[in-house]
Design a protein around this ligand. Sequence first.
Ligand SMILES: [Zn+2]
Length: 307
Amino acid sequence: MEKYLTPFWLSLRHRLWTKRLWLSSFLAVVTLVSVLNSAAISSTMSVQASPTNPQLGDTVTVLIQADGLTEATPTVVMNQKTYPTFAIAPNRFRALLPTTPLDPPGSLNIQVNGAGDPQAVPQKLTLQLRDRDFPTQSIWLSGGGSDGTDYEFNKVDAFKALVTPTKLWNGKFQRPSEGEITTVYGVRRYYNGEFASDYYHRGVDYGAGTGSPIVAPAAGKVVLVGREADGFKLHGNTIGVDHGQGVASIFLHLSRIDVKEGDVVQAGQQLGAVGSTGAATGPHLHWGLYVNGQAIDPVPWRYGNFE
Ligand SMILES: [Zn+2]
């Protein structure tokens, strides 16, 4: 009997031992899965966009709450183009997405990526970009129009491409001139009767007398000073102010420039004076506001807070 008993007990003990091993490894797997799960849950990003019903020319703000993201900074892709985000609080990021009169109305497909964080699940969001009626102008040109120079276009292109990390503006933007608005943002044009499909008025014009002051609509750093005498034939005397994080103002046709490149300016600080240098039919200020390289409608920036 003992002959049979021993192997039986041995085999029972062995079976129990195996079962315990199996059970503990099962528990280990369960624990590992739940750890992975909780990590995935804690690094899920929540995304909000405003306005929820934008129209052509609006700047769309995307806010990302990204708890548990390790080091990575999220990026935002809208209609195949990638935009930077900036931290505005711990684990909170903001992207500014430009829209213009040249965009097709309809779906804006926005995707937020965790940028290198393997546990961040990409978030998708779709907004409907509303169409908008812009005024039109008919321009009749006889002979060649006034062409700009490569020098000024290169300088202005480099200015528009600038994205610096520090936010310098604070709250609502001020009007840069006391003059009344003579041409609104987004005006479309017909040249000699033909619709100019890539033209829109990339800013707001203020009519004011030559020599009347131009002030900074928000704090920033002067990063562009262009003079008609140096080749700014089309833009005329020009100032470009970087407000940081891809937001920048350009001021055209000035009669006088009171700042130099590198100057840090405060909101309301005088930059120069209204004029009609470059391609201008009369004294006025052209103020263009750019977000990540695109001329957006400055009006929402005057009345709303982009923080
Ligand atoms: Zn203008």
